[in-house]
Ligand binder design. Structure first.
Ligand SMILES: [Zn+2]
Length: 320
């Protein structure tokens, strides 16, 4: 097993193009008590349970997938299914063709109709690696931003270029509505985890699919992050009314979990500013960093994630 910290940034992107690529490598290091927290946090009835994750029914016609990448890497990221009279939307194309095929089958089983749309929240491989599998059965329309599409082509020689060339490009400046007849999804362009993220939002019931702008019960990956934008985006996404947030990784979140996550982002910012003042390197500060009170049971997939987060902040603060 190669220590992922030994990768240069370029190597890291080249080998994996994925924000959860090292999840499997690190699973052996995750303490058992952490795994217990992970599996305990079911919020809604579970309608499918597999080694790679569980599908929870958030509401009539809305399901959220909580992947368990510590056990199996078939789906890798979270995602969901939203069904309406005029169509069925699958959120994310997942880490593998098998994972995307499985979600398409779940859509057919639960909604009674194969997917009509597949939306990728950003370009990382654990959210887009199964695009070919997602297209197979019902040839749904693929939606993504231009940056997501172009970055996939740029970074990944194996990207399915034909599918990408036919993808419907989502507006990067203003929200887009997907009208499913009796229900609408609003696709909101955002930035922070990468330079082009989207959230997929429903008002009644209040549900937000956050992509990797939000992580729950695990420390986020800042590999391509713009840290100040990330903090802003998460605050903008948070709603006043009771809402279910589907994070990119980790159990489904409520407002309290969002609050903890925002506190964590601020804590990382504070640690980064202090480290910069003291003339420390990101690696030194990452080694010293400890999670804030209340988040001690969060999973750290990769021991390099603290240094990466602090390094991202330092680059932004020094460049400002
Ligand atoms: Zn990501």
């Amino acid at each position: 097993m190669q220590d992922p910290r030994a990768y240069s940034r370029r190597d890291f992107l080249g080998h994996s193009a994925s924000c959860a690529a090292h999840v499997g490598l690190m699973a052996a290091g995750v303490p058992l008590w952490s795994r217990g927290v992970w599996t305990r946090q079911e919020r809604f009835p579970v309608v499918a349970s597999e080694p790679w994750g569980r599908l929870e029914q958030i509401s009539e016609g809305i399901w959220g997938l909580v992947s368990d990448p510590l056990t199996d890497r078939t789906t890798l990221c979270n995602g969901g299914i939203v069904s309406g009279r005029a169509g069925v939307v699958v959120i994310e194309a997942f880490g593998s063709d098998d994972g995307a095929r499985w979600m398409a089958q779940q859509a057919l089983r639960l909604a009674g109709r194969a997917p009509t749309h597949v939306i990728a929240t950003h370009y990382h491989g654990d959210h887009t690696g199964g695009l070919s599998g997602a297209k197979e059965a019902s040839s749904p329309e693929v939606l993504m931003t231009e940056v997501t599409r172009d970055t996939m082509v740029e970074r990944n020689n194996g990207a399915p270029r034909e599918i990408l060339s036919e993808a419907q490009v989502i507006d990067q400046r203003r929200p887009t509505e997907i009208d499913l007849g009796d229900r609408s999804l609003i696709v909101v362009p955002r930035r922070g985890h990468t330079d082009s993220d989207i959230s997929i939002e429903i008002s009644d019931p209040s549900v937000v699919f956050c992509g990797d702008l939000v992580w729950n019960a695990m420390f986020p990956n800042y590999v391509d992050a713009i840290p100040s934008r990330l903090s802003q985006a998460v605050r903008l996404m948070r709603r006043r009314e009771p809402t279910t947030y589907v994070p990119g990784h980790g159990p489904l979140a409520d407002d309290a979990a969002m609050g903890l996550y925002i506190d964590l982002l601020d804590h990382v910012e504070g640690a980064s500013r202090r480290a910069l003042e003291r003339g420390m390197t990101a690696e030194e500060a990452g080694t010293e960093y400890t999670l804030p009170t209340g988040l001690e049971d969060w999973t750290l997939f990769n021991p390099g994630y603290f240094a990466r987060a602090i390094g991202a902040w330092m680059s932004e603060l020094e460049g400002a």
